[in-house]
Write a protein that binds this ligand. Structure first.
Ligand SMILES: C[S@@+](CC[C@H](N)C(=O)[O-])C[C@H]1O[C@@H](n2cnc3c(N)ncnc32)[C@H](O)[C@@H]1O
Length: 358
């Protein structure tokens, strides 16, 4: 069907605007499908909270058996599993029995590639509340976490009463690190590097994975005081404590010296001025001939499917930061004494941007 619609421009003039020919019913279905995103997120959350995928780890089970093991309502559990099967997370084997698909397997705890903690973190109080104010984020052009939580997101995680949620967030970041580690190890040049500092390194999963791949390198995490014990524990768990340290500090004040700075999913949390401060602090402290590796999503051309643009919406409502395109990144680098020397995809939609000091 071809259609036209009236649009009112800012000057108040009303005129006809061409719309692309399409099928009205199909359009409505597609928009409703988009709207179901909030339901999909909660199907993921409930499935993880009830451990549905873990209960199915050894094979398909009837929903009623899963309900018994999960301590949940049998019919409601069946309805949840039916919804999960319609999303491709579970397979339906007949007679209320469901099994895991490849995607559903990623909801399991403690398996390589698990996204369990990421699902929990993204749907937790700290993340979820800010979405309720999202239109205001657009109206005002900034974070709604103060309104939703009373603090900014990192202050929120630092509060003692939110320690469990902060630990979950750190584990979620570790799951994201696992998506890019292989790609980074394959691409990053470590020649001339003996010390690395993971700036805002959280649990240290990223720098520790690089240390595992490069036994000659030592690593350090710089993060806020509440985060560093988790990094030390992770190093201990991996048997890397002898080459690792964690330091509590503030990357807006100073960073420890290093040959290679790892700045992974940090810049997207902050505005341009704040990013420039972080990068300048790295530039001031970097050893002669040293480098930095920024790992972030990179926004592409508008008008094409681009997950980074959705990540950018999360940054808009939760932080003062943004996802950036390469031109925007290069402006930050130029303003802080760095130049991008290499760019490569590292997996999961992320890119490695290698920087040399100028
Ligand atoms: C989005 S997480 C990224 C964690 C890690 N780089 C990764 O990619 O898995 C941001 C991290 O920055 C840390 N952070 C926030 N403000 C900081 C500050 N002023 N100084 C040091 N670390 C900070 C947070 O505690 C958190 O661990």
């Amino acid at each position: 069907m071809t259609g036209t619609t009236d649009a009112t421009d800012p000057s108040g003039t009303t005129h006809d605007t061409e719309v692309t020919p399409s099928d009205a019913a199909a359009d409505a279905g597609a928009v409703m499908n988009l709207l179901s995103g909030l339901i999909v997120a909660q199907v993921l959350r409930a499935s993880v909270v009830l451990g549905i995928a873990d209960h199915l780890a050894d094979g398909a089970l009837a929903a009623e058996v899963v309900a018994e093991r999960a301590g949940s309502h049998p019919q409601a559990t069946y309805r949840l599993m039916r919804a999960a099967s319609s999303l491709g997370l579970l397979s339906h084997e007949g007679q209320h029995r469901f099994g895991l698909t490849g995607q559903g397997r990623l909801l399991r705890a403690d398996i390589p590639g698990s996204l369990r903690n990421m699902i929990l973190a993204q749907t937790n109080h700290g993340h979820w509340q800010s979405w309720g104010h999202f239109p205001e984020a657009v109206r005002q052009g900034g974070s709604q976490t103060r309104k939703a939580l009373g603090t900014d997101i990192f202050e929120y995680y630092a509060l003692p009463e939110n320690a469990a949620e902060a630990a979950l967030f750190a584990q979620a970041m570790g799951e994201m690190s696992a998506l890019v580690t292989q790609g980074v190890v394959a691409a990053v040049s470590t020649s001339g590097v003996s010390t690395m500092v993971d700036v805002g390194g959280s649990n240290g999963d990223f720098v520790l994975a690089l240390m595992e791949a490069h036994p000659e390198l030592s690593g350090q995490v710089l993060d806020l005081p509440h985060a560093v014990d988790g990094a030390r524990a992770e190093a201990e768990k991996r048997g890397l404590s002898n080459r690792f340290s964690a330091v509590a500090g503030d990357f807006f004040v100073e960073v420890p010296p290093a040959d290679l700075y790892l700045v992974k999913t940090i810049l997207h949390d902050w505005d341009d001025m704040q990013c420039t401060t972080i990068l300048r602090n790295c530039r001031s402290a970097v050893h002669e001939g040293g480098r930095a590796l920024v790992v972030e999503m990179v926004i592409g051309e508008p008008g094409k499917p681009d997950f980074a643009t959705l990540g950018d919406m999360a940054m808009l409502t939760m932080t003062d930061g943004m996802e950036r395109d390469l031109t925007e990144f290069d402006a930050l680098f130029a303003a802080s004494g760095w130049r991008r020397s290499k760019t490569y995809p590292v997996g999961g939609g992320y890119f490695g941007l290698e920087l040399v000091a100028v």
